[in-house]
Design a protein around this ligand. Sequence first.
Ligand code: ADP
Length: 559
Amino acid sequence: MDQDHSRQLRQQTALAQFGELALHSDDLDEILTEACRLVGEALGTDFAKVVELQPDGNTLLVRAGVGWTEGVVGVATIQATDDTSEGYALKTGEPMISPDIDEETRFRYPDFLITYGVKAVANVIIIGGTDRPPFGILQVDSRVRREFSEEDVAFLRTYANLIAATVERLSVLNETRDASTRLRLALEAGDLGSFEMDVASGHITSSDRYDSIFGIVSVEKSWTWNALLEQVVPEDRAGIADAMRSALAESGELRVEFRIERAEDSAPRWIELRGRLDDQGDSPPRIVGIAADITDRKLAEQALVMSNGTLEAQVSERTNSLAESNAQLDAFAYTVSHDLRAPLRAMEGFARILQEDHGAGLGEEGYHYASRIVGAAKRMEGLIDDLLAFSRVQRADVTMKWTDPARAIRNAITELRSAGFDESAVTLKVTPSFPPIKADGMILAQVIGNLVLNAAKFKAPDRSAHVTIRAERCAERVRIWVEDNGIGIAPEHQARIFNVFERLHGQETYPGTGVGLAIVKAGVERMGGTCGVEGDLGVGSRFWIELDAAENSAGEGVS
Ligand code: ADP
């Protein structure tokens, strides 16, 4: 009886001592080692150890222990399989006792236990925290055969539970530490102040950064909601009071921007407060939150609004002046077409009258000069027509629509015929159908008309003219080719012929104004396309224009 009593006393003392350590120490290794020492002492066993379940869920590592010499604690491992008493204890959650391992048939034991001469073993599980796997096993080993009494096992279980609670406390402590470190770093990175306000008293506890945001220098830190309101500029007070009322009565969320006046600043500073009501738990309701000085952001926003306003004003001013200069250009074009054309016609008319009615009196030379006047007047008229067409293409409203290029090509052929290029003068080859494109019908007709006329006009003297018109699809674009077997263009001149008045030949050989390709380029660009030419001198030219397809590659129509 006495023996029982003193054993009980030893065990209770061990528990009490451990309880104290477990509450005060943050060092898990120290706690576990001390637990082993106290358990070993209380049960009078030679060895005690705590084995910790590793993240793989299978291996147990001897994390702490007493009685073992080097090479066991922190090193030795045991597999938690069904044929080990540790594995069994983990699986069932029940204590596993082997009074004599030589007689044990259920389990095999790790080599290091045999080496240390262990005879009897008792295992109890150390459970894990909520939703966590078991921490491991508390194990006592004896060198002599030993029956562990019910009291012994109950003592071990109590101990294991105390260890479990301590492990949980420490892991929560670590998580809290990590979380508060992260929070501190986040507050620092965002240059944010933090505060906590007691709802009933309005008393505010604040971080140093919070104080500096509000320009508070008082050391006592007696800081209240009312004092804060007093700093807010009068126009913003109602807003912040409303936000607080709705946070307390409805949403539980506080989010408000306002201006404050600080003694050291000439202009008010913009502040943003964000907080959340915490009215759960035992402590009195409070608002926990952060404060940020958002003055720079607000100033930038204001500057942006102002510069947007200025920009809009500038854009409309430019649009007006552009419209004005367009109108002037229109007026100029009108003048050119009428005022200049009238004297030209008069010149041509009088020269003809001279030829027809006074031909005999003119003599051969006079007649020749009159013919030159008629020719020059005609060319001048052509030039005026082309320049007007060029100016129209640059300024006309562009209406992009689903367009079948075949129509513009048919037009071009009709014009070609009326310009005197019949079937005997030029052989045309046109592919039967074209992919639809997005284009302005009028401009497209003008562009293709110019290309087809040039293809027929710049014929090589030694062969009959062949012109091919075809198209090819390049991803979301369509390329239309106008190819001829004419005189061709040397590569070094191919870029410049798209400029106004650029011509490579004299009027006698190939008459023209040098405006046609400039119209092509301006027209194509106004429709969002590109153009170019390939080929070489003496072999013919391949002109192309490229525009958006009116169908995407999946065949769906685009309007
Ligand atoms: P124009 O045809 O009135 O001379 P364009 O602007 O249409 O004016 O063409 C500019 C110049 O580009 C032409 O004078 C000619 O030298 C060259 N050119 C245009 N098309 C062709 C072509 N199909 N083959 C050879 N040269 C061409």
